[in-house]
Design a binder for this molecule. Structure first.
Ligand SMILES: [Zn+2]
Ligand SMILES: [Zn+2]
Length: 392
């Protein structure tokens, strides 16, 4: 470990330079062509075998060791967000309305840094190392992990363990967060169509008013979370969009509600779906309205960190001088790294970048999200160190 920290010092300016290059030219989901090309170029320069256009704009690198030992895969996502950057740095986004506000630019740079370190440690590895640069993490159900897996990213060579990290303004700069077991949520999207019978706003008694019923449905759903689902189990439901109507004096025929539901176990999820159907259907029928309820197919699974692997990762991270490691709480956010973790056991962990003294305090997905670049080296060292540990 001391040697990795020593070695990364020389690489740090390059890691930061790569991050800034990507930051200036952010690309939205499934449009990561320039980022993918940069990744491919850097990997090839290191003598790593490269496959491009894997599941869209994904890139897979394989560091061959010529040995038949354990294969470790490391994953980084590459997409940016549709957001106008509001941070005053010289390398700010040059693309109007597009910004790396979730730090995926740093994920790419840190993983390339890890590749630079691991190439030097090729002799210490027992088998090959895979580098998975995926498109479109921010796309919900259309995330890039699935098409990459379908394109064979986890095979040939078959991956034994997979790891990834996310940078976050929720934690102090230079601190790692790890947790074993179910760690992040399964996000189910739902759409509810409340179907009434429109008419004049002055004569609601001659209509079935779907605006009023939609309001009752929104409230009833919070009753599902507070009164029907076991309060010990993490569960949240949020209606985030309500659409209906065209004018102040017309009661419309229907209103559409859309929302997200988050759970960490299938028992809670199944019960919640039954409860939601019952609460919505009976609320609508109480006022003479009908409803249609749709849950989108194939959401990201729960992000599950293998317990024993998490303990080993924690030990490795604790050995990185200058950082701190803590056990994280469960989160109801979601990540499609979960799809890779379904294919091979592993761990997804966090690296903090919150440093108010450097103006790095705004949360991920904020137009003011600013990364403390001094932590990037720790990210690279952690990925390389974890790989060396699990390659044994
Ligand atoms: Zn994000
Ligand atoms: Zn993210």
């Amino acid at each position: 470990m001391p040697s990795l920290l020593e070695e990364v010092k020389r690489l740090e300016p390059r890691i930061i330079e790569i991050r800034r290059t990507i930051h200036q030219k952010p690309e939205l989901a499934y449009h990561e062509t320039a980022t993918g090309a940069l990744v491919a170029r850097e990997l090839r320069a290191l003598g790593i075998e490269v496959k491009t256009r894997v599941g869209g704009t994904g890139v897979v690198g394989v560091l061959r060791t010529g040995k038949k030992g354990r294969v470790v895969a490391l994953r980084a996502d590459m997409d940016a967000l549709p957001l106008q950057e509001n941070v005053d740095v010289e390398f700010r986004s040059k693309r109007k309305g597009v910004m790396h506000a979730c730090g995926h630019d740093t994920h790419v740079a840190m993983l390339l840094g890890a590749a630079m370190l691991l190439v030097k440690h090729r002799r210490d590895l027992s088998g090959d190392v895979k580098f998975l640069f995926q498109p479109a993490e921010e796309e919900g159900g259309r995330g890039g992990a699935k098409p990459m897996i379908e394109a064979g990213a986890m095979e040939d060579p078959h991956v034994d363990n997979v790891f990834g990290l996310h940078i976050s303004a929720d934690f102090p700069s230079g601190s790692f967060g790890v947790r074993g077991g179910p760690f992040m949520a399964r996000p189910d999207s739902l759409l509810i169509r409340v179907i009434g019978r429109g008419g004049h706003g002055a004569a609601p008694h001659k209509t079935v008013d779907p605006v009023y019923v939609a309001a009752q449905v929104t409230i009833a759903l919070q009753g599902v979370s507070s009164r029907m689902v076991n309060p010990i189990k993490p569960f949240v439901i949020s209606i985030c969009s309500i659409h209906g109507g065209t004018k102040d004096n017309i009661i419309p025929d229907e209103v559409v509600l859309e929302g997200t539901m988050r759970t960490l176990d299938s028992g809670t999820r199944d019960k919640a779906i039954r409860d939601i159907r019952q609460a919505v259907t009976s609320t609508c029928s109480a006022y003479g309205a009908r409803c249609e309820i749709e849950f989108k197919k194939d959401p990201y699974p729960v992000t599950y960190n293998d317990e024993r692997s998490a303990e080993r990762v924690m030990k490795v991270l604790k050995g990185i001088r200058g950082t701190r490691t803590r056990v994280m709480d469960q989160r109801l956010g979601a990540e499609d790294v979960s799809r890779f973790l379904r294919k091979a056991p592993g761990v997804f962990y966090y690296l903090g970048t919150n440093n108010p003294a450097k103006g790095c305090a705004a949360p991920n997905h904020s137009s003011r999200f600013k990364v403390d670049e001094d932590v990037l080296k720790y990210g690279s060292v952690s990925l390389a160190a974890v790989t060396l540990e699990f390659s044994r």
